[in-house]
Design a protein around this ligand. Structure first.
Ligand SMILES: *Cc1c(COP(=O)(O)O)cnc(C)c1O
Length: 363
């Protein structure tokens, strides 16, 4: 039997070796950094684990801010590597308070690393990144920021803030592929990583990855996944055509319009704009409403889903991430949420919500 179903994904060409460095440089520009950028041939959670593994060792003490399962995993990886970890957990599905961070830093003057997530897509919150990084920086602490969800959704200047390690993935606000990720590494972070005891001969070793930087940034080691890199290039082309600042502005507008409309409709915001993420807006359901029951009567194909993780169970997420950060999706989300509430016997002023959205997309 012959196989004759033509498919463009068969016999994919290899990705040109000369273009990896260009991709890293383009990501550096998006991150507004002169730090080294490493390309990780895997989804962003692998890049996060690589950062943890490469920093962790006995004798290293870290503050790990936990505002979702991602922070929980980061602490686990640090501990596995022998580090002493002070977990700093926020109230469930809430951002961490600056005072709590300051108190922890004062209580543990021997901290070398501080890790946190910038924006959370699971609960729609945002941690006070700028202030926390400034606190850590004034004490010479190496900062690790999970910016997977926030890159493209929030202004993020790595060098301006002085973030030592930032981990990003293209699959959220940048609307790219999920199978590759990247991290930026500052000289201070390299110094800490390179100190005695850094793991080698591991796919998760950043020191191993550093060899790529030191050998002219040609082909990545191993057989790379060409389709992922072609897709990443395509995503970067589109990101550059629009401009990273314009992409952030598009997310800001979608978030503002969604929040204003939700309030106008008579709904309840889980978090105010100052502490919210621009990726998703979380609505707190009326006390008598069942999340699954409400979602089950929402129109199909709409970007509504339940919150994820402790404290987020009764939240409905209105998704405006990536290509969804636009007028018609925002309008559809709010209308659908209002319709679902009504179908379950709750009040929802859909007209007022539409008016609020129209105001935000007025120009
Ligand atoms: C999405 C996301 C990641 C990557 O995890 P996935 O497995 O792609 O979901 C990491 N950190 C944060 C904060 C995220 O939102």
């Amino acid at each position: 039997m012959t196989f004759d179903r033509w498919n463009p994904l068969n016999d994919a060409p290899s990705f040109p070796a000369a273009r990896y460095a260009a991709i890293a440089d383009r990501i550096a520009k998006i991150l507004k950094t002169r730090n080294d950028v490493l390309l990780i041939q895997a989804e962003a959670v692998v890049a996060l684990e690589a950062a943890a593994l490469s920093l962790a060792r006995p004798g290293l003490k870290a503050i790990n801010i936990v505002t979702s399962m991602y922070g929980g995993w980061f602490g686990t990886w640090l501990r596995r590597g022998g580090a002493e970890v002070v977990d700093l957990a926020a109230e469930p599905a809430r951002p961490i308070g600056l005072e709590a961070v300051e108190a922890a830093l004062n209580a543990h003057p021997d901290i070398k690393v501080l890790a946190l997530v910038h924006a959370e897509s699971a609960s729609g919150i945002r941690n006070p990144l700028e202030e926390i990084v400034a606190l850590a920086r004034s004490r010479g602490i190496v900062t690790v920021v999970d910016a997977v969800a926030s890159i493209g959704g929030h202004a993020l200047g790595i060098d301006e803030l002085g973030i030592d390690i930032a981990v990003i993935g293209p699959q959220k606000a940048l609307a790219g592929p999920a199978g590759v990720s990247a991290l930026s590494v500052s000289p201070a972070a390299w110094k800490l990583i390179s100190e005695q005891g850094a793991p080698r001969d591991s796919i998760l070793s950043l020191l191993d990855q550093k060899a790529w930087l030191e050998t002219g940034r040609g082909a990545l080691s191993g057989t790379t996944a060409p389709l992922e890199f072609f897709a990443l290039e395509a995503a970067l082309d589109r990101v550059e055509a629009e401009g990273i600042d314009a992409i952030v502005a598009r997310h800001v507008r979608a978030a503002r319009a969604t929040r204003a409309a939700l309030v106008a409709m008579g709904g309840e915001l889980w978090i105010d704009a100052l502490h919210g993420s621009n990726l998703v807006t979380t609505a707190k359901l009326p006390a008598a409403a069942d999340p699954a029951a409400v979602l089950s009567v929402a129109p199909r194909g709409i970007e509504l889903s339940a919150g994820v993780g402790p404290g987020a169970e009764r939240l409905i997420r209105l998704n405006h991430t990536g290509q969804r950060a636009r007028f018609d999706i925002v309008l559809g989300n709010l209308t659908a949420y209002g319709m679902a509430l009504r179908r379950r016997g709750f009040k929802a002023d859909i007209s007022a919500a539409v008016d609020a959205i129209a105001l935000h997309y007025g120009d």
